[in-house]
Design a protein around this ligand. Structure first.
Ligand code: BYC
Ligand code: FE
Ligand code: FE
Length: 476
C-alpha cells in the first residue's frame, strides 16, 4: 500500500511533500476552497459536531474512519487507489500500450475538458443541497446528507489535484473557476444541466442521490478505464465513496415508498387526495419526481451519437464501464442499432459503435436504475398495495441528444409539443406537487429520537450505532 501522510495540511498518499511547488499551489487553493465551503456548503451546521466517515488511507481499514468532526475541519485529502503494476491501455487504437503517467500533448485539451466537467459536478451538488439540513426528516438523514456533501467536496479535491499536477497554469486557472461558478446562476452556471436544477426538498434529494449520483458511478467507471493512469487511480478511489451516496438515495426512496404504502394499507385509502390527508407522499407524486430526476440524469450521458465520445474511446481517454466484461475492445466495424429521429418520427438506424459510446454507457445505467426500482416495487407489493413505479422511456423529457427536438409521452411515443404541455402535470412534478412536498418538510427534526411522518425509519444506523444515535450534535 502507498504511504499516507495524514499529519500534513492536505492529507494525501501522493507524496505531496516531495513536490514543494505542487504542495504550495494546492495549499494556496485550500483557503479559497474553505471559503467556498463556508459560503456555499450546508447552511446553519458549520459549528456542529457530525459523526462523519473520513478517508485517511485507501486500504480497507483506513478509508472509513468514523469520528465527530465539524464540517469545515473535515480532512479533505487526496487519495489515489494503488497503482496496478504494468497496466496497459485496455481499449481503443492504443490497446496494449503502456498507460500514461503524464498527459500526452495531443490529448491535453480533451483530457482537461473531461476532468473539468467531472470536477464541476462535485461542488455543484453541494450547492444544490445547501439548504436541505434545515428541513431534515431525522438526525440520521441529516448526517447522511453531510456525509455526501463532504465527500463531494473531496471529489472536487481529487480532480483539482489532477488539474494542478498535470495541466500547469491552465489547470490552476480551471481550479479557481471551479470555485467561481454557481449552481443555477444564470451568469455563471455549472456546466451540466442537472447540476443547475433546484434540489430543495428531501424527495428530490433522495431521487438525486439515486439517479444523479448513479450517473457519477458510471462516468467514474468509464474514467477508471482511462489510459491516463492518475485519472484512473483517482476515480477508482472515488467509486468507494460513491457507493454510500447511492445507498442514501436507494434506501431514502425506499423508506418514503414504504411509509406511504403502509399508511395506504392501514387506512384503506387509495386516492392521492386521501393519501395526502395522512401526511405522506402519494405514489403518483413519487413517480413524477422519479420521472424528472431520471430524465435529467439521462441527459448527463451526452448525445446518443457523439463524435466526442468516439474520439475519447479511440484515443484511450474514456472507456466503457468495466471494459473487461466486453470481448471486443477496439469496436471498429461494429454497429449499434438505436432509435433515431427522422423528420420528426422515430426510425431505426445503425450507428458506428464508437460513436454510440454514450448510449452504451447509458444502457448499463438504465439497467442499474431498474434494479433499484424493482426493489421499491417489492416494498409496495409487500404492503399489499397495487401500484408499480416505472422508469419512463429514455426518450421522455430530454434536453440533450437526438430526442431533445421531439416531445414524447411517458412511453416514448412522439406527440406534439402542445399535447406534451397539456399533459405535463401528469408526468412531471407540478407546482402543486412541489408545494405539497414542501409543506411536509416545514419543520426539521433535530431530536434523534424522532422521525418525520412521511418516511419509515431506516433498518439500521451507521457503523453499528442505533438509529436514534446523536449523529449530529445540533442544539436540542
Ligand atoms: N448539459 O457529444 P456530446 C457526478 C455538452 S455526475 C449540458 O453529446 P460528450 C456527480 C457537451 O459538453 C458525473 N451540456 O457529449 C453526481 C458538448 O459540449 P461541446 C459527471 C451537455 O462530449 C452527483 C455538447 O453538449 N461526470 O459525478 O460525449 C453528485 C455535445 O456533446 C450535457 C462526467 O460528466 C448536459 N447534460 O459529453 C455529484 C464525466 N451533455 O464540447 C457528482 C466527464 C453534453 O460541444 N464528462 N453536453 O461544447 C464526459 O464524459 C462528457 O463530457 C459527457 C458527454 C458525459 C458530459
Ligand atoms: Fe462525486
Ligand atoms: Fe456522489
Amino acid at each position: 500500500m502507498s504511504d499516507v501522510a495524514t499529519g500534513e495540511r492536505i492529507p494525501n498518499n501522493v507524496n505531496l511533500a516531495g513536490d514543494k511547488r505542487l504542495q504550495r499551489a494546492l495549499e494556496a487553493w485550500q483557503p479559497n476552497y474553505i471559503n467556498w465551503w463556508k459560503e456555499m456548503g450546508p447552511v446553519g451546521f458549520q459549528e456542529d459536531d457530525v459523526f462523519l466517515r473520513t478517508a485517511i488511507s485507501v486500504d480497507a481499514a483506513g478509508w472509513a474512519n468514523f469520528e465527530y468532526t465539524k464540517m469545515p475541519d473535515y480532512r479533505w485529502g487526496i487519495f489515489l487507489a494503488d497503482a496496478t503494476p504494468n497496466r496497459t491501455i485496455g481499449f481503443g487504437d492504443h490497446i496494449g500500450e503502456p498507460v500514461w503517467q503524464q498527459v500526452p500533448g495531443e490529448h491535453r485539451n480533451a483530457l482537461r475538458r473531461l476532468i473539468v466537467t467531472q470536477a464541476d459536478t462535485e461542488p455543484a451538488s453541494v450547492e444544490q443541497q445547501r439548504l436541505l439540513g434545515q428541513t431534515c426528516p431525522s438526525v440520521y438523514d441529516l448526517r447522511n446528507l453531510f456525509q455526501v456533501n463532504v465527500e463531494e467536496g473531496r471529489h472536487l479535491w481529487a480532480m483539482v489535484y489532477l488539474l494542478h499536477s498535470y495541466f500547469g497554469r491552465d489547470g490552476r486557472e480551471e481550479a479557481e473557476a471551479l470555485l467561481e461558478r454557481r449552481s443555477g446562476d444564470p451568469d455563471k452556471p455549472r456546466i451540466l444541466g442537472a447540476f443547475n436544477e433546484p434540489c430543495t426538498d428531501w424527495l428530490s434529494f433522495f431521487m438525486f442521490t439515486f439517479f444523479t449520483d448513479r450517473d457519477g458511478k458510471f462516468q467514474l467507471l468509464a474514467l477508471a478505464e482511462s489510459a491516463f493512469d492518475p485519472l484512473s487511480r483517482t476515480t477508482r478511489f472515488m467509486l468507494t465513496e460513491e457507493a454510500h451516496h447511492m445507498f442514501v438515495g436507494e434506501t431514502g426512496v425506499l423508506r418514503v415508498v414504504d411509509r406511504t404504502s403502509q399508511m395506504m394499507r392501514d387506512h384503506k385509502v387509495e386516492h392521492p387526495d386521501d393519501v395526502r390527508k395522512l401526511g405522506v407522499i402519494d405514489l403518483p407524486t413519487i413517480q413524477r419526481s422519479l420521472n424528472l430526476w431520471y430524465s435529467l440524469s439521462l441527459d448527463l450521458f451526452g448525445g446518443e451519437i457523439s463524435s466526442n465520445a468516439a474520439a475519447f474511446f479511440a484515443t484511450g481517454l474514456k472507456g466503457r464501464a468495466k471494459e473487461d466484461e466486453y470481448e471486443d475492445h477496439r469496436c471498429l466495424d461494429t454497429a449499434y442499432s438505436m432509435n433515431v429521429v427522422r423528420e420528426g418520427r422515430l426510425a431505426q438506424d445503425d450507428v458506428p459503435l464508437r460513436n454510440a459510446m454514450n448510449e452504451v454507457l447509458r444502457d448499463k445505467y438504465v439497467a442499474d436504475c431498474q434494479r433499484g426500482v424493482d426493489k421499491w416495487n417489492r416494498t409496495i407489493k409487500a404492503n399489499g398495495i397495487d401500484f408499480e413505479l416505472t422508469l419512463p422511456s429514455r426518450r421522455f423529457h430530454r434536453h440533450i441528444g437526438i430526442y431533445s427536438d421531439i416531445s414524447t409521452d411517458i412511453q416514448g411515443n412522439v406527440i406534439s409539443k402542445d399535447e406534451f404541455e397539456a399533459k405535463k402535470s401528469a408526468w412531471l412534478p407540478s407546482v402543486a406537487d412541489r408545494a405539497y412536498v414542501q409543506s411536509l418538510m416545514q419543520r426539521p427534526v433535530y431530536d434523534p429520537k424522532q422521525m418525520a411522518n412521511w418516511l419509515s425509519a431506516p433498518k439500521q444506523g451507521i457503523k453499528g450505532r442505533p438509529v436514534d444515535f446523536e449523529y449530529v450534535r445540533h442544539g436540542i
